[in-house]
Design a protein around this ligand. Structure first.
Ligand SMILES: [Zn+2]
Ligand SMILES: [Zn+2]
Ligand SMILES: [Zn+2]
Length: 142
């Protein structure tokens, strides 16, 4: 079953000059169906489970390729391995350093800071690359 989201991604891939190979399709399908954040290893496992004939090395190269095209993004939630996302669903990650809870927040929440850093420092921030670390509502209370 090809979801609307997946088929929009196939179109995006073609629009950016990439061919829809079986490996690219498999990676996009797994990422568009995922409901949690996947590390590279988890992503490789899922693609490999769904399409065992695609070599893990090929899957890995495909993730790098899709990242270079800007269709796949990764983010660092903490000390562990990076997790992978589709670029059509960008959001900030508020990670609690006490309980490890992850809350997703809209990109727009840092708009004022983004503008100030650009105006005052000529600095273009990329806050989606790392999580925003702190204490969640529960852990900061009391
Ligand atoms: Zn990184
Ligand atoms: Zn996320
Ligand atoms: Zn917490």
């Amino acid at each position: 079953v090809v979801t609307t989201r997946a088929s929009a991604l196939y179109d995006e891939l073609r629009a950016r000059g990439g061919k829809l190979t079986p490996a690219r399709r498999a990676v996009l399908d797994v990422l568009s169906a995922a409901t949690t954040h996947l590390t590279a290893d988890q992503l490789l496992d899922r693609v490999h489970d769904a399409t065992p004939d695609i070599h893990r090395a090929t899957v890995y190269r495909t993730v790098v390729f899709l990242s270079d095209l800007g269709i796949v993004e990764h983010t660092h939630l903490g000390h562990g391995p990076a997790v992978y996302h589709l670029a059509d669903d960008l959001h900030h990650h508020l990670v609690c350093e006490v309980c490890g809870d992850i809350v997703e927040a809209p990109v727009a929440i840092l708009r004022n800071l983004d503008r100030r850093l650009k105006d005052d420092y000529g600095f273009e921030m990329r806050p989606l690359h790392f999580a925003i670390v702190g204490r969640c509502r529960r852990c900061s209370a009391g």
